[in-house]
Design a protein. Structure first.
Length: 317
């Protein structure tokens, strides 16, 4: 019996040692081979997993071979760091930094993302979960978690445009906190920045638009939630034809899941566009229509009430 316990202890120690050195042979090779079997060319610089956390550095997913010359990597992640408490079901912190996604758009309109997805093993998708039940499943009971994503950039190398151009979208940070049965997501305070850099004419400066984006969303274990979103124009050099504008969008909405009625209710208490030139309030529902022999399950919108106001002179400007 003591010999068996000793063997288990030795095996456990070897497993923990291997997890703490994921970037060493043979662990790194095994991980890369397992990812390759799923159609993913994965690599990383440093990796470590312990009983209390993980740390990854320099994570990379290669682009399809046809696009490697234009963009060697489809996805790169500078760092992933996490700390958790296994016995108390708590994710103390998960931070993902410096995420770069680079997509090549070919002259025929297809993208490197299309080609990458086509190379993944095809799996039969399970039937979609009804929306009214899906919302509540997003809040696991008894779990506390805190996560942040910082520094995300989407880049499109658009070879289908004439002349070719590069579009780069940098997004604000995203924080998610799950505590006491409520999931809270916060967007901001960093701006949303879109840069358009054309290959011609030579010497033309890149154009950009910078938007202030703030958001707050909450969802509880019953599938009830709220959303507040604000989008302001800070500056733009895309076009001189755009009239002065400050408030692009303001949105406030509430969500209520009603699984017994196969219904999800949405109430838009405020939607304001273009410095208030257009405003909307609305109450509507999304009725779940189950799948039949000839059709997949769908959502049927049901509009209960809506008020739309338009400032035509302001829109004409």
């Amino acid at each position: 019996m003591l010999g068996l316990l000793g063997l288990v202890a030795v095996l456990l120690a070897l497993v923990l040692l291997a997890l703490a050195n994921l970037d060493a042979r043979p662990m790194k090779g095994w991980i890369r081979d397992a990812a390759r079997a799923q159609g993913v060319a994965l690599d990383f610089e440093r990796g470590r997993v312990t009983l209390g956390g993980l740390r990854l550095r320099g994570l990379r997913i290669a682009s399809p071979p046809a696009d490697a010359a234009r963009a060697p990597h489809l996805v790169t992640v500078g760092a992933i760091e996490g700390q958790w408490s296994l016995w108390s079901q708590r994710l103390d912190s998960l931070v993902i930094r410096d995420v770069a996604i680079t997509v090549v758009r070919s002259a025929d309109g297809t993208t490197s993302l299309d080609r990458w997805l086509a190379g993944l093993p095809q799996k039969e998708e399970p039937p979609p979960e009804p929306l009214s039940q899906l919302l509540s499943s997003l809040v696991p009971p008894g779990l506390e978690a805190h996560a942040r994503v910082q520094g995300v950039t989407f880049t499109v190398l658009d070879d289908a445009a004439a002349p070719p151009r590069t579009l780069a979208l940098t997004t604000p940070g995203l924080a998610a906190d799950l505590r006491d049965g409520v999931l809270t997501a916060t967007l901001g305070p960093e701006p949303l920045r879109l840069t358009v850099d054309s290959a011609a004419p030579q010497g033309t400066a890149a154009r950009e638009v910078v938007l202030g984006l703030r958001g707050l969303a909450k969802l509880d274990a019953q599938g009830n939630g709220s959303l507040a979103l604000g989008l302001t124009l800070e500056r733009q050099t895309l076009t001189a034809a755009l009239p002065p504008l400050r408030q692009v969008l303001t949105l406030a909405a509430a969500l209520q899941a009603r699984p017994a009625e196969h219904l999800t209710s949405l109430q838009v208490t405020e939607l304001s566009l273009l410095d208030g030139a257009a405003t909307l309030t609305a109450k509507l529902g999304l009725r779940e229509v189950p799948a039949s022999a000839n059709a997949a399950a769908t959502l049927a919108p049901e509009l209960d009430d809506a008020t739309l106001r338009l400032d035509l002179p302001a829109l004409a400007r």
